[in-house]
Ligand binder design. Structure first.
Ligand code: ZN
Length: 282
């Protein structure tokens, strides 16, 4: 009997979180804010190896909004540019800046994926509230609209919440998790914490990880070695190296694609990722 190394032949799905709710051009001029900039960044990230783009949109003042018209415009610009990248719309809003009802509005656009923040947490200086009643309603609307929830778990209790929702039949397979580490107020960005949360996931779940700030790249690399999937992008980290701003979302994606290739992980195309996630092809 021998111990086999981790099977790394499974293609890696790279997600690019382009904008987020918080970073501004003052933080990094490469953060895309308008729908045009977001679409351009999405197309470039896709070309660099991202199978999925995770979108937030901003208003004319550059502040977070959940306006479905803006989401629809960004989506339409991406498609008009000929990109088949999978579009994941955020339902996160901005902690404390948007109502629960506003946060659910993008689901009505029937994106292929939408984020599903599976519990409450401190979030920098504020609190990101995802009450049980909100999660029940969001899960219901995602099922009705045939949207795949990306189950974001900021700490182990959020995985337990997800398992409860699955047991109650409110989230149906396939299960697609995004472990979120190193958010100030939640779980540390350590490999041990990643292992702990991944080991809690229900059988058959697929998982990706993102880590905020300086933990982004090392945790992504750990996930590549574990056979998991990865998310990068300026939403999570505005730097390329310590003290050196990233030039673009595509630059961060390209680095991960290079590392994946070096360790023998093929990078999934959007069509391959659709098959893996049980999504219909475009
Ligand atoms: Zn997000």
């Amino acid at each position: 009997m021998s111990i086999h190394p981790t099977d790394l032949s499974q293609p890696v799905i790279i997600s690019a979180a382009l904008t987020g709710s918080w970073p501004t051009k003052a933080d990094n001029p490469a953060v895309p804010i308008t729908e045009e900039e977001i679409a351009e960044a999405a197309v470039a990230a896709h070309k660099a190896g991202a199978a999925i783009v995770h979108l937030h949109v901003r208003n004319d003042q550059g502040k977070v909004t959940c306006d479905p018209a803006r989401y629809a415009k960004a989506r339409d610009l991406i498609r008009a540019a000929g990109s088949d990248v999978i579009i994941n719309m955020s339902t996160g809003g901005g902690a404390g800046q948007t109502t629960d009802e506003q946060r659910m509005e993008p689901v009505s656009l029937k994106p292929e994926i939408a984020s599903f923040d599976c519990g409450s947490t401190n979030f920098g200086k504020t609190v990101f509230i995802n009450s049980p009643s909100f999660l029940d309603e969001l899960a219901k609307r995602m099922l009705e609209n045939n949207v795949l929830p990306e189950i974001e778990c900021f700490e182990p209790g959020h995985v337990a919440n997800a398992i409860r929702l699955i047991d109650e039949g409110k989230i149906k397979p396939p299960f697609w998790f995004q472990v979120v580490l190193n958010l100030r107020g939640a779980s540390p960005g350590t490999v041990k914490q990643l292992l702990n949360m991944v080991e809690m996931l229900p059988a058959g779940a697929m998982w990706s990880v993102c880590a905020i700030g300086r933990a982004q790249l090392p945790i992504n690399v750990a996930a590549l070695a574990m056979g998991g999937h990865v998310r990068t992008g300026l939403e999570d980290n505005i730097f390329y190296h310590k003290g050196q701003l990233a030039e673009s979302n595509a630059q961060l994606v390209a680095r991960l694609a290079r590392i994946a290739n070096e360790i023998g992980r093929p990078v999934a195309t959007s069509a391959e990722a659709r098959t893996m996630l049980g999504l219909p092809q475009l």
